[in-house]
Design a protein around this ligand. Structure first.
Ligand code: PRP
Ligand code: HPA
Ligand code: MG
Length: 167
């Protein structure tokens, strides 16, 4: 999203790192469900939340997995983010016992909308920036607000010139 750039720093996340961090999130969430039955369902915030949600659902053995899609704030039209695809509300209800997973929280605008949709859900992200932290119940790693997080699905391996060949 170019309107959020430029950022001073970059935090590059490999698939391995994402897998480890999403597992760490699952372990932190284990046993934190509202009752002994654990979490009832996982809801991934598309699209970035889908890979971490799959890993968390696998680790916590949750088979009920759904998605919510939020169309983000657009500075040109000044529109607020809105939910363009809801999970099955018969299953998630007010969110009690439901884990909502996203890859990161930045400004918190996306989660603000999601929380209104399922007020009693537990919201977890793998990464968090300070501005969005109040919107998250559980996260693993915090980075500064001026850091852009690069996810593995947005990157590719490429050849780099040897250092001594550059001059
Ligand atoms: O806290 P915020 O400032 O709202 O930003 C965080 C959201 O932004 C990114 O999603 P994006 O809207 O870029 O869509 P995507 O997941 O489909 O890539 C990210 O995956 C979070 O969902
Ligand atoms: O730091 C980020 N990285 C990737 N996507 C994002 N969407 C909001 N902030 C970010
Ligand atoms: Mg997203």
């Amino acid at each position: 999203m170019t309107d959020r750039l430029p950022h001073e720093k970059g935090f590059h996340v490999s698939w391995d790192q994402l897998h480890r961090d999403a597992r760490a999130l699952a372990w932190r969430l284990q046993g934190e469900g509202p009752d002994e039955g654990g979490w009832r369902a996982v809801v991934a915030i598309t699209r970035g939340g889908m890979a971490p949600a799959m890993i968390v659902a696998r680790e916590l053995d949750i088979r009920m997995v759904d998605t919510i899609s939020v169309k983000s704030y657009n500075h040109q039209t000044q529109s607020e983010p809105k939910v363009i695809k809801s999970p099955d509300m018969d299953v998630v209800g007010d969110g009690t016992g439901v884990l909502i997973i996203d890859d990161l929280v930045d400004t918190g605008k996306t989660l603000e909308v999601v929380r209104k949709h399922m007020p009693k859900a537990h919201i977890a992200t793998v990464y968090a920036k300070p501005m969005g932290r109040p919107q998250v119940n559980t996260f693993i790693t915090e980075v500064s607000q001026d850091t852009w997080i690069f996810f593995p699905w947005d990157m590719a391996l490429q050849y780099v010139e040897p250092y001594r060949g550059k001059d």
